[in-house]
Design a protein around this ligand. Structure first.
Ligand SMILES: NC(=O)N[C@@H](CC(=O)O)C(=O)O
Ligand SMILES: [Zn+2]
Ligand SMILES: [Zn+2]
Length: 347
């Protein structure tokens, strides 16, 4: 039995750190285990310009624990008014790593996102030219489309046409939740990757809805049928470098989740790595966890693999994770997988 596992230090290629008191509370949770993270720009108001990204980066650096070298990789929130030259300049200056596309209204704080994809074509063209990746929240927002179909429809109606119009554009399909997403990545050899969250490897829509509604399992894109969860598991554990970890750890205070109209987002920063070790071990793929968590992401983004390492150990008794963390805005519940996990980060 394998009971310790040492990996190159992992990165999180999709993370929400928020701002203010929430940032102060959640930044150390990610900084403890991850070397770098792609930071989502969906603040209120969103992070739209290079100057705003630079200021937000400083606030994140100030929220790190003493001595931490955790590196935020910043993104810009794409709007129909985004200036291509600001994007290219912010990337050339090393302020910004990627641009984030939210279809308007698709998810938390996405009201300023894109409605008309033709209007942002000049930005996509400039990004392709400069080699700047586009991170995509891939769901259509058409009210006619069933929420469980929104990812599959987005691929056909938006993503594929955008990629055909700007073939050189490097795209990351963020937090894929369907076999359709997996298949689309697999059918494209170039300029396409996908992040997969920890929670989508663990829950399907039954976990969310059977026996009572579980607000802490509600996130977007919403968890799908079991067959889709299994497709994500196969992709993540396959060793294919086009799939890598983006936790989408998305903290909301409990009061905003346990209410009549609860916010979308699962908070997984605290226990993601032990949960992943559990999942990969279950699938007989512990030797592929390093690729998924530490190697494929840097390769896609053209960055070096981290120098340091992290060691996970498997104990005799279940690991005790905190049920919630305290923040200045109120408690935030930590994702509970619903089963015992024996792995913990030991070093
Ligand atoms: N994933 C979520 O359910 N929520 C994210 C937004 C997002 O990533 O779509 C958030 O910012 O809360
Ligand atoms: Zn999203
Ligand atoms: Zn997200």
């Amino acid at each position: 039995m394998t009971d310790t596992l040492t990996l190159a230090r992992p990165d999180d290629w999709h993370l929400h750190l928020r701002d203010g008191a929430m940032l102060a509370a959640v930044c150390p949770e990610s900084a403890r285990h991850f070397a770098r993270a792609i930071i989502m720009p969906n603040l209120v108001p969103p992070v739209v310009t290079g100057a705003e990204a630079s200021a937000y980066r400083e606030r994140i650096l100030a929220a790190r624990p003493e001595g931490s070298t955790f590196t935020p990789l910043m993104t810009l929130y794409l709007t129909e008014d985004t200036d291509p030259s600001d994007v290219v300049q912010a990337h050339a200056d090393g302020i910004v790593t990627a641009v984030k596309l939210y279809p308007a209204g698709a998810t938390t704080n996405s009201a300023s996102g894109v409605r008309d994809f033709d209007r942002v074509r000049p930005v996509f063209d400039a990004m392709a030219e400069a080699g700047i990746p586009l991170c995509v929240h891939g769901e259509v927002t058409d009210p006619e489309i069933d929420i469980f179909d929104r990812e599959a429809v987005f691929i056909d109606r938006v993503l594929d046409p955008v990629r055909r119009a700007t073939p050189g554009l490097k795209v990351v399909m963020e937090h894929i939740t369907t076999g359709n997403g997996v298949d689309y990545v697999l059918s494209n050899a170039e300029n396409l990757g996908a992040t997969i969250t920890t929670h989508h490897l663990i829950i399907n829509r039954n976990h969310l809805l059977v026996g009572g509604i579980r607000p802490h399992y509600y996130c977007l894109p919403v968890a799908k049928r079991e067959e889709h969860r299994l497709a994500l598991r196969s992709a993540a554990t396959s060793g294919d470098p086009r799939f890598f970890l983006g936790t989408d750890s998305a903290p909301h205070v409990d009061a905003a989740k346990e209410t009549g109209c609860g916010c979308a987002g699962c908070f997984t920063a605290t226990n993601t790595l032990p949960l992943l070790a559990h999942v990969f071990e279950e699938d007989g793929a512990l030797d592929r966890l390093e690729g998924f968590a530490s190697r494929h992401g840097p390769a896609f983004y053209g960055l070096p693999v981290n120098d340091g390492t992290i060691t996970l150990s498997k104990g005799e008794t279940p690991t005790a994770f905190p049920a919630r963390i305290d923040t200045g805005d109120g408690p935030v519940t930590v994702f509970d997988p619903g089963f015992d996990v024996f792995w913990h980060v030991s070093d």
